[in-house]
Design a protein around this ligand. Structure first.
Ligand code: SF4
Length: 421
């Protein structure tokens, strides 16, 4: 679909989750191309960069609230970048500006942090501002792995941050780990997972290292200066850590996400169900209902331009076919899969009948689907080959020539956005 800039005519919607992007980090990691800049760089034209960006974000939030008028904001996620690099008093005021605009406190309110900038003051501000969950980007405890990733945090920073959350954070805790790092053995990856679990996180995100094109690590790999990451080896390590986490009671409820019962991330669950959400900040993406059908709005990837005009996103009108493809793609990432009743309400399609050929072809990867089942889910192995299955879906979708406008959000079931309770 062609992107344009004319702001779409909004369709007010009941429930909307909100993401705030904080585009600053202590330093860029060697593998990352998320839109963020080192805080010390103070980008051109933004003399007091964090403050002016946060003010622009509140202006954008006001405008989007005015347009979509949500009655419930079930979850908020403040990510980045590294939100913990924002000075505590500035962060406190920003959180205050957000919360006083909410119809009610969100059921889940998450903020991301990195070890080198997590302080006791940061935790105090989070607790006092109603945050319910911290997502801490550890990646590894191993000095060689941290170095290979170009992380700013040292092993001592990682231990210090966890010591602080152990003592002073009473809310939910999620820890990020990474595998497939050059030089990482499966024993080192298991040791990382074991050390993480000593701090009783309700949630673990386990990501495969994916060096993005153009990043220093990508360039070093291309030049052969860093040993290439063997896919089989990466999968071997993943399987070891996966089993380790399952044996300790964690459910692998989404490709990269593990949680103890009741500790799943509700914000991400809403995202995987393709429920309406607002993305605030430079480079942040929203998917929202509009008069001409669902739209995807992408915030401008330029700090100075964003500050000048935070409400001028790139607008992409999603075709019925693209929207359906996204719905399937996101739903199949999760262990709950696609709810067939919700699917029918949104697309007016009988899933098993519409995709019978694909279901038959991929039957060894399908956990369950029959006339009596209420969900279409993939086995764990199926989720590992998700991209191949998705190609089959796209071929079927093209033959289907689906053009009906989806009934989205799923109005028949207003609480379908509650995620996992
Ligand atoms: S801290 Fe996170 S967002 Fe920042 S550069 Fe590293 S990986 Fe990217």
């Amino acid at each position: 679909m062609k992107a344009e800039n004319a702001f779409p005519r909004a369709v007010p919607t009941g429930r909307v989750s909100v993401y705030f992007h904080i585009p600053f980090c202590t330093r860029k990691c060697a593998y990352c191309d998320f839109y963020s800049v080192p805080l010390a760089d103070n980008p051109a034209g933004t003399r007091s960069a964090p403050q002016t960006v946060l003010e622009a974000e509140i202006r954008q939030f006001d405008y989007y609230l005015e347009q979509w008028r949500p009655s419930v904001i079930p979850t908020i996620y403040i990510g980045g970048g590294t939100p913990s690099v924002i000075p505590p008093e500035m962060l406190r005021k920003f959180l205050e500006e957000i919360t006083r605009r909410l119809p009610a406190p969100p059921g889940e309110f998450t903020i991301e942090a990195n070890p080198e900038s997590l302080t006791r003051e940061f935790l105090s501000v989070c607790a006092a501002s109603g945050l319910t969950r911290i997502s801490l980007g550890l990646q590894s405890f191993d000095p060689r792995c941290l170095q290979a990733l170009g992380r700013y945090a040292t092993p001592e920073d990682v231990q210090r941050a966890l010591h602080l959350t152990d003592r002073f954070w009473k809310g939910e805790l999620s820890l990020d780990l990474m595998y497939g790092i050059p030089g990482q053995t499966f024993r080192a990856a298991l040791a990382d997972a074991a050390q993480a679990l000593e701090h009783s996180p309700g949630h673990i995100s386990l990501y495969a290292l994916t060096p993005e094109e153009g990043t220093p690590l990508y360039n070093r790999l291309q030049a052969g200066e860093t040993p290439a990451i063997n896919e089989n080896r990466q999968e071997f390590i993943r399987a070891k850590v996966h089993r380790f986490l399952l044996e300790r009671g964690y459910e692998n409820y989404e490709i990269s996400s593990y949680a103890l019962p009741g500790k799943q991330c509700r914000h991400n669950t809403a995202y995987w169900k393709l429920e309406p959400y607002i993305g605030i900040g430079p480079a942040a993406v929203s998917t929202l209902p509009a008069a001409a059908g669902p739209v995807r709005l992408s915030g401008i990837r330029d700090m100075s331009a964003y500050i000048q005009n935070p409400c001028l996103p790139e607008v992409e009108h999603l075709s019925a076919r693209d929207f359906l493809a996204d719905y399937i793609l996101l739903g199949l990432r999760t262990s709950k899969g696609i709810d067939l009743n919700a699917f029918f309400r949104v697309f007016h399609l009988d899933f098993p009948r519409t995709f019978s050929r694909l279901v038959h072809k991929n039957r060894q990867f399908i956990a369950k689907i029959s006339n009596n089942d209420t969900a279409f889910t993939l086995t764990g192995r199926g989720r590992r080959v998700l991209n191949t299955i998705l190609v089959d879906f796209l071929i079927e979708l093209d033959q289907l020539k689906y053009t009906s406008p989806p009934a989205w959000p799923d109005k028949d079931k207003p609480n379908s956005g509650a995620g996992i309770s």
